[in-house]
Write a protein that binds this ligand. Structure first.
Ligand code: HEM
Length: 480
């Protein structure tokens, strides 16, 4: 008897919840029907529009935007996604309505690789993320902090130049040399040392490559780093932070922080800084050299500038970079054609809003296709040609002010490491051009050089660049 009453109750509950579910669903449909959504291809059940996205999503999405316009709607599985593909639409998302789009979508992968979104990149909009950005601005990437690490960047650049000098006349894989500098610079600035004395599998390079599958092992590495730092700090009165992990641990000790920074938070931020800072500059410099090897006259013009500003008896230092407008133009042109994040990092709308008369419901993912904007023939003459001259005498910067060139994004979620990234790219590029003559290996012609990319955490060359270098300066300059 009791069990039949229970099953009747259960049935009633089940039917009521089913009815409520269908009511909510049909209300949702009715609401959606009245929404004026941006145009886009018709989605399939379950997969949405994923069938239209190839191995280079920014290119597939670019093609779709030519058909559906500068603001279109796609479905990735069941998730609605809007894509901005013009300066005006980028401005809407990253500037005019920046605050409404200041969150990030949650993904299963993100959950397990970012300590449940406690890093900076994937943490949702809120007090925790706002505090993280304040830490970046005031502590981690302040001009004073970055200046205090200039000696590290100079030492690691010298090691790169020395390594290339030793490999003169041989065919080198440029990316190997560039990745080593980036990783060494970021390891020393963030972790305080290179950690090369430990076994290869215990070093960040091994982990960064396989971070997704090895997040547990990476965690063990970070635990070890934090223990070492705490041992060094323990009991030392007025301890002065020597690297970014020290800064984070001091912040974690601060009882006055609005939101407590836990040990997990310190690990998540540290992982973010290593991941964000390692690949991006190496990939950009590799693209720059690839474009230059196709057009030796650009190298000639750059070396003329370097000879007249730097002379042939010393290396380029960070303070010289502002006097090298042509080298800067090469860097901007590289970032226009080969942005590391061609669609930035996805944002997510926090509330309902409208863009250009279209309704964008809360929870919509937003991509800004800076790759498309960088090749828009309405903005750029001959957009598919690499022409650094286009930037000379123009006031277009890469710092999120000029929406036609957004390699670091713009607005509240803009890359906090941009000034460090720019310093490393410019110093490396200028010295590579200053110190060496560059050519393609025998039997490879400028036309043969493949310029395909692959999509991933960054957007590197599909085939790593091989080149041959010869010293360009007097021999004694290489005794560094
Ligand atoms: C060439 C160098 C770099 C490029 C091109 C680059 C690009 C980007 C882009 C496009 C974003 C997303 C911006 C947006 O959503 O609007 C981003 C975010 C971020 N970058 Fe970079 N980045 C570079 C270097 C660095 C460095 C050196 C670091 C740190 C050491 C770093 C740390 C971060 C972090 C933590 C975020 C997430 C910010 C947030 O969500 O609030 N990046 N970066």
């Amino acid at each position: 008897m009791e069990s039949s009453a229970a099953s009747t109750l259960f049935l009633a509950l089940f039917l009521t919840s089913l009815a409520l579910f269908f009511r909510a669903l049909s209300a949702g449909f009715r609401r959606r029907k009245h929404l004026n959504l941006p145009p886009g291809p018709k989605p399939w059940p379950v997969i949405g529009n994923l069938n239209l996205i190839g191995s280079l999503p920014h290119r597939s999405i670019h093609q779709l935007s030519l058909k559906y316009g500068p603001l279109m709607q796609l479905k990735f599985g069941s998730f609605p996604v809007i894509v901005a593909s013009s300066v005006e639409m980028a401005k809407e998302i990253l500037k005019t309505q920046d605050l409404k789009f200041a969150s990030r979508p949650k993904t299963a992968a993100g959950k397990y690789t970012t300590y449940n979104y406690s890093n900076i990149t994937w943490s949702p909009y809120g007090a925790y993320w706002r505090q993280a950005r304040k830490m970046c601005l005031m502590e981690l990437f302040s001009a004073r902090r970055l200046d205090s690490f200039e000696y590290i960047r100079a030492e690691e650049t010298r090691a790169l130049l020395r390594g290339l000098f030793d490999a003169s006349g041989e065919t080198i894989l440029l990316k190997d040399h560039l990745s080593t500098v980036s990783l060494n610079v970021i390891s020393r600035m963030v972790l305080g040392k290179k950690y090369t004395e430990e076994s290869e599998s215990e070093t960040p390079i091994g982990y960064v490559r396989r971070m997704k599958t090895l997040s547990k092992k990476f965690d063990r590495f970070l635990e070890h780093v934090l223990d070492e730092h705490n041992e060094r700090r323990n009991g030392v009165k007025n301890y002065v932070a020597q690297d970014m992990v020290d800064v984070l641990l001091q912040l974690a000790d601060d009882p006055n922080l609005d939101v407590k920074l836990s040990r997990t938070g310190v690990k998540a931020f540290t992982q973010d800084l290593i991941a964000g800072g390692t690949e991006s500059s190496a990939v950009t410099v590799e693209w720059a050299l690839s474009e230059l090897l196709k057009q030796p006259q650009i190298i000639e013009r750059a070396t003329e500038e370097l000879d007249s500003v730097i002379g042939n008896d010393c290396w380029v230092e960070e303070k010289d970079v502002q006097n090298l407008p042509y080298v800067e133009a090469i860097m901007k042109e590289t970032m226009r054609m080969h942005p590391v994040a061609p669609m930035l990092v996805p944002r997510m709308s926090r509330e309902d809003c409208t863009i250009n008369g279209y309704d964008i419901p809360a929870g919509t993912r937003a991509l800004v296709n800076v790759w498309t904007i960088g090749r828009d023939p309405e903005i750029w003459d001959c957009p598919n040609e690499f022409r650094p001259e286009r930037f000379l005498g123009k006031n277009i910067d890469v710092m999120g002010h000029d929406f036609e060139l957004l390699p670091f994004g713009a607005g509240r979620r803009m890359c906090p490491g941009y000034s460090l990234g720019l310093k490393v790219i410019q110093l490396t590029l200028a010295n590579l051009l200053h110190g060496f003559k560059w050519r393609l290996p025998d039997l490879v012609t400028e036309k043969d050089l493949d310029m395909d990319e692959i999509f991933g955490l960054s957007t590197p060359r599909k085939v790593p660049l091989e080149a041959v270098v010869e010293p360009r300066l007097p021999k004694h300059v290489y005794d560094i």
